[in-house]
Design a protein around this ligand. Structure first.
Ligand code: IDP
Ligand code: MG
Length: 152
């Protein structure tokens, strides 16, 4: 079943010039990018995004990290994309991430681990709404392409 998930290239990924490489992985896998923007998360966005971690020892640093620079926020669509994108990202701790995953390939720290991806359908819906308005999402690409190629 086609699903949508929220992916963010975190500030360390942006600073390390990994935007293209990370987006390419999802494109090459076959997922459709239906929302894409570079933005500096506000404190309010960051606190909403990570509300499940409020009160944990790493929470203040996590908020500082995610608001420290621009992120690339994305919505991608495809079959089982929520779980599969998490599999492509790898485990939170890079040393536990499977070889070939994004975190294994690009990250050495559990804290600064390059990428975020929603962990469930409910999180995906909640997180997409923090960063995107529904009208910013383009899911009717095929129609749009036909208009361009056929001049209709
Ligand atoms: P996830 O990003 O793999 O879903 P979560 O457990 O939801 O992992 O944690 C959210 C983010 O908080 C992580 O990606 C990482 O940046 C940070 N984080 C998680 N656990 C720790 C920790 O024990 N120390 C420092 N930072 C952590
Ligand atoms: Mg999480």
């Amino acid at each position: 079943m086609a699903e949508r998930t929220f992916i963010a290239i975190k500030p360390d990924g942006v600073k390390r010039n990994l935007i293209g490489k990370i987006i390419t992985r999802f494109e090459e896998k076959g997922y459709k990018i239906i929302g894409l923007k570079l933005l500096l998360p506000t404190l309010e966005m960051a606190e909403k995004h990570y509300e499940e971690h409020k009160g944990k020892p790493f929470y203040p640093r996590l908020i500082e990290y995610i608001t420290s620079g621009p992120i690339v926020a994305m919505v991608i669509e495809g079959c089982n994309v929520i779980a599969e994108a998490r599999r492509m990202m790898g485990a939170t701790k890079p040393e536990a991430a499977e070889a070939g995953t994004i975190r294994f390939d690009y990250a050495v720290s559990q804290e600064y681990n390059i990428i975020h991806g929603s962990d469930s359908p409910a999180s995906a819906e909640r997180e997409i709404a923090i960063y995107f308005k529904e009208e910013e999402l383009c899911s009717d690409w095929n129609t749009m392409l036909e208009i361009v190629t056929n001049g209709k």
